[in-house]
Design a binder for this molecule. Structure first.
Ligand SMILES: *[C@@H]1O[C@H](CO)[C@@H](O)[C@H](O)[C@H]1NC(C)=O
Ligand SMILES: *[C@@H]1O[C@H](CO)[C@@H](O)[C@H](O)[C@H]1NC(C)=O
Ligand SMILES: *[C@@H]1O[C@H](CO)[C@@H](O)[C@H](O)[C@H]1NC(C)=O
Length: 331
């Protein structure tokens, strides 16, 4: 059974007095996870108030999971507590080896895209680069920055006009930003046009010019987490919670990182009957063609590609990409 978000809203309105998780319980776990992907939003980019050169974002359990529509509260609160315990032990396991093959998605001159910065998942950090050099020199500096940051696979270079921090505060005295991402975005994610009056209530709003996007054409496959065996993938279908035995729930995470899922699987509370997490499935959710979030789902029994059958949700336009399975070696 497929319920669109709109239909679900109507269903909830009809069931006055019934809690949201009661009305979604008519859905299977496979349907609920796709509905949750459709109703979450893990996209972002540098805000006009962010300072440059911050340490790149590390993968975390995503918090904006829109739990008014979908019951994801329990997995989230568990993730939050485990997040604190492993954060310091985070291991940058996923090193990209081929660092020079950048492809231009758009070069900053296309009128359809040049006036909007990226709003995409897996935002890492940004820096300010000189606006007195040529486009070619600036592009080289921006790509060198991406190459120097672990996990960077895409960069968005643009000028932000009307931001007092860039104009007066930062030492670079340049309005050209280079923002880094850990996933390859689509042109449809160039949606941030500025529009904030950063100089005060009656000032012109900030705006974006010359927005260009580059990405690594050949990113290496992720490193298999230690203590696990790579079992399948990449596929366009997630492990089905009804076909595979021992479904234990899921988390949304902010970057595509099997190592992160492995830590969450290890830290997950054992099932009273089935025992500890023995297998996880990681995949990227795409909503209406836009990469949106990353899911780890957990099972207390190992499985393989034969149960990876959940291809998404046609009604809510959710598709599954880069689905990989990993099995824990010991119990
Ligand atoms: C997602 O969240 C970002 C940051 O809060 C916001 O700017 C953007 O408009 C949101 N996108 C959607 C599709 O709601
Ligand atoms: C969460 O996602 C919603 C829906 O896209 C968005 O409107 C909201 O700004 C987001 N909240 C945060 C804290 O990012
Ligand atoms: C470069 O950026 C600075 C700071 O925003 C701005 O004052 C200056 O006009 C810009 N120069 C060019 C050539 O765009």
């Amino acid at each position: 059974m497929k319920l669109s978000l709109t239909l679900l809203g109507l269903a909830m309105a009809c069931l006055a007095g019934v809690k949201a998780d009661d009305s979604t319980s008519i859905l299977t776990a496979d349907e609920r996870i796709m509905l949750a992907v459709a109703s979450t939003n893990q996209t972002g980019g540098p805000s006009p108030y962010d300072w440059p050169d911050a340490a790149p974002a590390t993968p975390e359990v995503a918090t904006n999971t829109s739990d008014t529509t979908v019951d994801v509260v329990s997995s989230r609160s568990e993730g939050e507590s485990s997040k604190r315990s492993y954060k310091s032990a985070y291991n940058l396991g996923n090193i990209i080896t081929k660092r020079h093959d950048y492809v231009t998605l758009t070069d900053g001159t296309d009128p359809r895209y040049q006036n909007a910065a990226l709003q995409a998942p897996s935002y890492l950090t940004y820096k300010v680069i000189s606006n007195t050099t040529s486009y070619a020199t600036a592009k080289k500096a921006c790509l060198a920055y991406c190459s120097s940051v672990s996990k960077c696979v895409a960069a968005n270079m643009y000028n932000e006009i009307g931001n007092p921090l860039l104009d007066h505060t930062f030492s670079e005295k340049s309005n050209r930003k280079c923002a880094l991402y850990g996933d390859v975005p689509t042109l449809s994610q160039m949606t941030n046009k500025g529009g904030q009056q950063l100089y005060g209530p009656n000032s012109p709003a900030n705006c974006i010019e010359n927005s260009a996007v580059f990405y690594l054409g050949a990113a290496a496959a992720p490193t298999t987490p230690s203590g696990y065996t790579f079992t399948f993938g990449p596929l366009d279908a997630a492990t089905s919670a009804s076909l595979a035995v021992g479904y234990m729930g899921y988390d949304f995470i902010t970057q595509y990182d099997p190592n992160q899922c492995a830590k969450l699987c290890d830290a997950r509370k054992a099932d009273p009957v089935g025992g500890k997490c023995k297998f996880f499935n990681i995949w990227r959710g795409v909503v209406s063609g836009k990469p949106t979030t990353y899911t780890c789902s957990y099972f207390y029994q190992a499985t393989d590609a034969s149960t990876a059958t959940n291809t998404g949700d046609a009604v809510n336009k959710v598709t599954v990409t880069f689905s990989r399975g990993y099995t824990r070696n010991s119990t």
